[in-house]
Design a protein around this ligand. Structure first.
Ligand code: ZN
Length: 200
């Protein structure tokens, strides 16, 4: 969280909305921004907020993301909470149980297919908080975020400092020549960059 910078939320009461115990409707909060912006830290905050109200939570991550911990949501700074590592959205749904607040980290690892389970989870009147990188390493929209951002009740966009100039970063620049869309890595492979410094 120490490197996380600006936080922009589209609703003034977003925190109470996202962790709401009101079960009359499901709520979708999308947390996005470049790498090193504090997205996982915010998910861990949301879990603590819900649990302090006695609301049950369940957290998921993609099984291929083992950068910091295989079975926990873990931040670059070392904070961690238990999470289910799953291979695909169907496996995720099978493990939901009765949790009222469902959190999914690094949603871009699941691709466009993740969208298929979002509406059913919301119809179950659960609170859903989905985090990830909304732009790929070339700056293009990263599925499933275009759809998630359209449908979100609350959008929280985070930014960290640009690694070159310190201005707010919106891009995740890959530092190796690999054009695959998904390359798992941390500060060894990526830097946060502002618009001006991106791809320089
Ligand atoms: Zn910059």
């Amino acid at each position: 969280m120490t490197r996380a910078g600006k936080r922009t939320t589209t609703m003034a009461n977003a925190e109470s909305t996202a962790a709401s115990t009101d079960q009359s409707n499901g709520t979708l909060e999308v947390v996005c921004g470049p790498m090193f912006a504090g997205k996982t830290s915010l998910l861990i905050e949301r879990i603590a907020q819900a649990q302090s109200r006695g609301v049950s939570t369940i957290a998921f991550k993609h099984a291929s993301d083992t950068r910091y911990h295989a079975t926990h949501l873990a931040t670059h700074a070392g904070k961690q909470v238990p999470a289910h590592a799953v291979c695909d959205p169907i496996e995720l749904v099978s493990r939901l149980g009765r949790a009222q607040v469902v959190l999914i980290d690094e949603a871009h690892f699941f691709g466009a297919w993740l969208w298929d389970i979002i509406v059913p989870i919301l119809r179950d009147r659960r609170t859903l908080i989905v985090a990830g990188v909304e732009r790929d390493h070339t700056g293009k929209p990263f599925e499933p975020f275009p759809r998630l951002l359209v449908e979100a009740d609350v959008v929280t966009k985070l930014s960290g400092p640009c690694s070159r100039c310190g201005k707010p970063a919106i891009h995740s620049q890959r530092m190796i020549a690999d054009m695959s869309r998904l390359v798992v890595g941390g500060s060894d492979l990526y830097q946060a960059r502002c618009r001006e410094c991106f791809l320089k």
